[in-house]
Design a protein around this ligand. Structure first.
Ligand SMILES: [Fe+2]
Ligand SMILES: [Fe+2]
Length: 384
């Protein structure tokens, strides 16, 4: 019985935080937010069968429910972070709670900035606020966080792991595994891969946000192909690490706002080999991640880099990653070029299918995209 209730609570937290992420990306009344809100209300009703009210407290950076710490996972961490950022230490929801009130809570949680917002208790949702607002010294400015979305937390964590590589620290595989597991669980629990990839970050200012985007895109493709289990996880890990070789390239080249000159481009093209070599010498890395790091800029038509004996048979994960990479490059802002509209992206990818990109896998990906497009407002779909 207790376990069943825990499951309802975990589901509630996951729905609320996903709704908040979608509200941040789109708008608080977007149909996905409303749908998640309705599901969250159902979970609350399940919990009210057993509890007279739902009280969540933050004590010592732990979320406490019914005098017990709630098992940590990415959604719980995300909720903790949003509540703390808003100075909320105590949250009580009464059985009479109605949809608009819950939506109000989701809206508060969606404010992914340090801006002070007006938090008022309502009839059935009461907040207890602490005086001193938590401010993470490493957090980005509010302007940078305006496009915050479901992958923010993972991207921030991953940034630390990636920077560790640059600083010659050990690559922490446990951290990467946890991030990928979080994504895989989110995909499994939502049973809707299209929704899970909707809140991709639109800014590609850092390799690590790009890598979390690629992870979600790879997992969505793999799920549609029916891939599950360890291979699914490895495909996610390979995505997270595909560009790790960039950590050995000078930041001046990586962040250059103009087109690279020939010499810089030659240096940039070293990143697949450097990444593969690094991963090969790192214990605990799935072989698939080594292969993908090496092959992700090779093309279906045997062009691309690194130069190897051709023809070269790429792993399916490298093809999948190349598709995710191509898509993410077109939809995000680059320092020196604009993002493209979705129909432009689709027509370019159709052109690339069969020469630079694997044809069947590209068609399958475009099918995922068209499903996603049905569920989202076109204007919100491309980077603004
Ligand atoms: Fe790359
Ligand atoms: Fe990439």
């Amino acid at each position: 019985m207790i376990k069943a209730n825990d499951e309802h609570l975990q589901k509630l937290i996951r729905l609320i935080t996903t709704a908040a992420a979608n509200a941040a990306l789109y708008h608080p009344e977007h149909r996905q937010v409303l749908r998640l809100n309705k599901q969250a209300l159902n979970e609350l009703h399940q919990l009210f069968h057993v509890h007279s009210n739902i009280t969540l407290k933050i004590i010592d950076e732990q979320l406490i429910f019914s005098s017990r710490p709630v098992a940590k996972n990415l959604a719980v961490d995300r909720l903790l972070e949003s509540l703390t950022r808003n100075g909320i230490s105590h949250l009580q929801i009464e059985p009479g709670v109605y949809a608009e009130e819950l939506l109000g809570l989701i809206n508060i949680l969606s404010k992914a900035s340090d801006k002070q917002i007006d938090i008022k208790s309502s009839e059935n949702i009461q907040f207890g606020q602490i005086e001193i607002r938590y401010k993470n010294p490493n957090s980005k400015s509010s302007a940078e966080l305006d496009l915050a979305d479901i992958a923010d937390y993972e991207a921030d964590r991953f940034m630390d792991l990636y920077q560790g590589v640059r600083n010659k620290q050990k690559l922490e595989m446990t951290g990467i595994n946890e991030i990928v597991n979080g994504f895989v669980n989110a995909f499994n629990s939502q049973s809707d891969v299209f929704m899970a990839i909707a809140p991709l970050r639109s800014m590609d200012e850092y390799t690590y946000t790009h890598s979390t985007n690629i992870c979600m895109l790879n997992l969505a493709q793999a799920k549609v192909l029916g891939i599950e289990g360890q291979l699914l996880n490895d495909i996610g890990i390979a995505a997270m690490l595909h560009d790790v070789g960039k950590m050995f390239i000078s930041p001046d080249i990586l962040t250059k706002s103009e087109q690279l000159d020939e010499e810089e481009w030659q240096i940039m093209q070293q990143h697949p080999r450097l990444g593969a070599e690094y991963l090969l010498n790192t214990p605990g890395i799935p072989r698939l991640a080594v292969v993908t790091a090496f092959e992700h800029h090779m093309r279906y038509d045997n062009t691309g880099y690194p130069q190897t004996i051709r023809p070269w048979k790429q792993h399916i994960c490298s093809h999948i990653t190349a598709i995710s990479d191509t898509y993410d490059a077109m939809r995000t802002h680059r320092a020196y070029e604009k993002s493209l509209e979705i129909d432009q992206i689709i027509s370019i990818m159709l052109d690339l299918a069969g020469n630079k990109l694997h044809p069947q896998l590209t068609y399958s990906f475009l099918q995922v995209l068209s499903e996603l497009d049905k569920n989202t407002e076109p204007s919100n779909y491309t980077a603004s």
